[in-house]
Design a protein around this ligand. Structure first.
Ligand code: FES
Length: 145
């Protein structure tokens, strides 16, 4: 594998459900729990609306990692939206693996509106993992430093 520059800062696209994770992320920001700034949050009404295509597209556009954040099972505002997410994400990861993209670049987490601290921790962990993985090969060397 190619070596990773020390100053590599992974870019993360986070698809966050409006009702839980987005509020959790907001809380993490509001209460100044520090989480790395290299996260681009995209708010959706439910994690169930995150189509595999959205994930592929984010990676294709150069994201080093994609986080999908939804309500805990049983808490989805649309009842079973996150059940769909739970099924869909592993399939998407498998597909990515088959395409030669490390499935660890896609992460699914259940984060409630009150879990700002958890959100910050997830991001920290994810950044660490992505740093170890190095830049997304699909980014085509487009990483600005
Ligand atoms: S409303 Fe949050 S996962 Fe469905």
């Amino acid at each position: 594998m190619s070596s990773t520059p020390d100053n590599f800062e992974p870019r993360i696209v986070a698809f966050l459900c409006n009702w839980c994770s987005y509020t959790g992320a907001d809380l993490a920001g509001i209460s100044r729990m520090n989480y790395p700034a290299n996260v681009r949050a995209i708010r959706l009404m439910c994690s169930g609306s995150v189509k595999p295509f959205f994930i592929m597209s984010a990676l294709h556009k150069g994201a080093d990692g994609v986080l999908i954040g939804g309500c805990h099972i049983g808490d989805c505002h649309y009842q079973t939206g996150n059940h769909l997410t739970k099924k869909r994400i592993p399939i998407t990861r498998e597909l990515l693996g088959a395409l030669g993209i490390d499935p660890r670049r896609v992460r699914l987490e259940w984060i409630s509106a009150a879990e700002g601290q958890e959100f910050a921790e997830v991001i920290h962990e994810f950044v660490k993992e992505l740093k170890a993985l190095g830049p997304n090969p699909l980014a085509g060397g487009d990483h600005a430093h």
